[in-house]
Design a protein. Structure first.
Length: 327
């Protein structure tokens, strides 16, 4: 059983697509994806519970992996909660979860918290993402934004003063600027503020914040002057409700996409996505099986669930690291 806290339509579509992809890759000779490999055994033998929490960006990916895994392991209950990357690390470093979904690397304070609790962990990159800036579809003027314009919109100095689009660029209309975004527990918040404003957590605070990206989507969809930022999968899931804009990081306008993230041209908002695994928990068969399944099928899951697949080098690193855990 899998608890999915958001994006059930996307997750269901991803599960169906991944099942078809994996079947095709095996010549149609098996009834589901393989769970064999490092630490693996025959599917369906493990039992117990695997607990994941953290990033709302990574949650749909882990949820899709969990549903596929559950098809061959019905006695394993995988739960996926979304308290944000920071909130997820709090749970993880307290020993309350087995896996922490994260849209940024673990921080020094969080590492210290895990060490204080005796929690050893392993970082696994499971996909890539294009952190996307979006506007309402009625907005036909903001087709491309520079990092400097994003700073004008989001810097701490802009609080209470930058309230109209024409203050961002004189060529833009005199339209109220309405800002939505993730809360401070979000890894997306941390990554964006660091990439755009030069310091993690540095941002204006007079915007509508939510740890649930679906709430952010609803805000942008409901106001012609609205803008926000979140992961690419939410853009693809909400096509027609929000419109992504190109970003000029200094070398011209670049659209968020799989290709531009992998080739490095979508800068500075291309980013890796992670899961963190509790090393002690990994020794339990149900966690071993699930993490191994995730690593063996990472790219098929990522592509079907509208995430950006790992490069060959990244995929090899993921599988090698999981092999090391099992050893």
């Amino acid at each position: 059983m899998t608890t999915i806290r958001r994006g059930s339509r996307l997750a269901a579509a991803g599960v169906a697509a991944v099942s078809a992809l994996l079947l095709a890759g095996c010549g149609g000779q098996q009834t589901g994806p393989s769970t064999t490999g490092a630490g693996g055994g025959e599917g369906g033998q493990a039992s117990g519970q695997v607990r994941a929490d953290g990033s709302s960006t990574v949650a749909p990916l882990t949820s899709a992996a969990a549903e596929l895994f559950g098809a061959e392991n019905p006695n394993v209950n995988v739960t996926v909660a979304t308290s944000g990357t920071g909130g997820g690390f709090e749970q993880f470093c307290s020993g309350n979860t087995d896996i922490s979904n994260a849209s940024r690397p673990i921080g020094e304070d969080e590492i210290a918290a895990c060490e204080a609790s005796g929690i050893g962990f392993t970082e696994l990159q499971v996909a890539n993402d294009a952190l996307s800036v979006v506007v309402n579809p009625a907005n036909d003027f903001a087709q491309c934004l520079t990092v400097e314009q994003l700073q004008t919109m989001w810097s701490p100095a802009s609080e209470g003063t930058i309230r109209n689009w024409n203050q961002v660029d004189p060529s833009f209309p005199d339209t109220p600027l309405v800002l939505f975004g993730p809360g401070s527990d979000s890894g997306t918040f941390d990554y964006f503020t660091d990439a755009v404003n030069g310091e993690e957590g540095a941002t204006r605070t007079d915007y509508s914040a939510s740890e649930d990206d679906n709430v952010v989507v609803q805000g942008v969809a409901g106001d012609p002057g609205a803008t926000a930022y979140f992961g690419l999968s939410y853009v693809l899931e909400n096509e027609g409700r929000v419109r992504p804009v190109a970003i000029d990081g200094g070398s011209g306008c670049v659209e968020p996409s799989a290709g531009t993230v992998i080739d490095g041209t979508y800068s500075p908002l291309g980013r890796p996505l992670f899961i963190y695994v509790n090393n002690e928990a990994f020794q339990r068969p149900e966690v071993t099986e699930f993490v191994n399944f995730y690593a063996q099928n990472a790219n098929e899951i990522a592509e079907a669930a509208d995430f950006i697949a790992l490069s060959d080098e990244q995929l090899a690193q993921l599988r090698s690291t999981v092999d090391g855990l099992a050893g």
